[in-house]
Design a protein. Structure first.
Lengths: 113, 121
């Protein structure tokens, strides 16, 4: 079953604009991860935010986490055409142990040059 | 960085045949690998957890006899789709968690293969 729910499901923006994607989850977490998938390819890990962190930056990426609302957001600043991809949030099925990741439905981002 | 190789990247087969997909961790050991299935414009659905040296753990609704998983070494897991039918056509992706000095790295970050697109005619 899917734990994360992203919105919007699809987002189209102009190059240079910022893109914000949101994710909600249902259970307790130790951390939340964001992954990127180019069309027809595997997923690439982007960033991980721990449950005791509220915000994290990596290059043009900014992730926030609100554990009280069980939600996270991914902001991509100054978007580029190469950022066109699907973005998924993921949480572990259970907070501890060797557990699979559960992925949200994803946001399909299109950056128009 | 950790690299996971998945082969083949694309396969077309006739209905009733079996197809084997390989997932290899190239520069690290992976005691656990995961197999996902993805339909167009949808998320990844976990099919099974592949454990080195033991039986795979299948998700509810996934047929064990249809999707055979073998994890015979610390760097290789295989998924065999047996007697494939058109409804098995999908994108299959594997991932692996990295083991260092016999211990799983924390954080549960997974490294993904590039995926296999299966088309059953």
């Amino acid at each position: 079953s899917q734990q994360g729910e992203e919105d919007p499901q699809a987002l189209s923006i102009q190059e240079g604009e910022n893109a914000t994607m949101n994710c909600s989850y249902k259970t307790s977490i130790n951390n939340l991860q964001w992954y990127r998938q180019n069309s027809g390819r595997g997923l690439v890990h982007l960033i991980l935010i721990r449950s005791n962190e509220r915000e994290k930056h990596s290059g043009r990426l900014r992730v926030t986490l609100d554990t009280s609302k069980k939600s996270s957001s991914l902001l991509i600043t100054a978007s580029r055409a190469a950022d066109t991809a699907s973005y998924f949030c993921a949480t572990a099925r259970t907070p501890s142990g060797n557990t699979p990741l559960v992925f949200g439905k994803g946001t399909r981002l299109s950056v128009i040059a | 960085g950790a690299v996971v190789s998945q082969h083949p990247s694309w396969v077309i087969c006739k209905s009733g045949t079996s197809v084997k997909i390989e997932c290899r961790s190239l520069d690290f050991q992976a005691t656990t690998m995961f197999w996902y299935r993805q339909f167009p414009k949808q998320s990844l659905m976990l099919m099974a957890t592949s454990n080195e040296g033991s039986k795979a753990t299948y998700e509810q609704g996934v047929e064990k006899d249809k999707f055979l998983i073998n994890h015979a070494s610390l760097t290789l897991s295989t998924l065999t789709v047996t007697s494939a039918h058109p409804e098995d056509s999908s994108f299959y992706i594997c991932s692996a968690r990295r083991v260092v000095s016999g211990r799983l790295l924390a954080k549960n970050i997974q490294y993904f293969g590039a995926g296999t697109r299966l088309s059953v005619l």
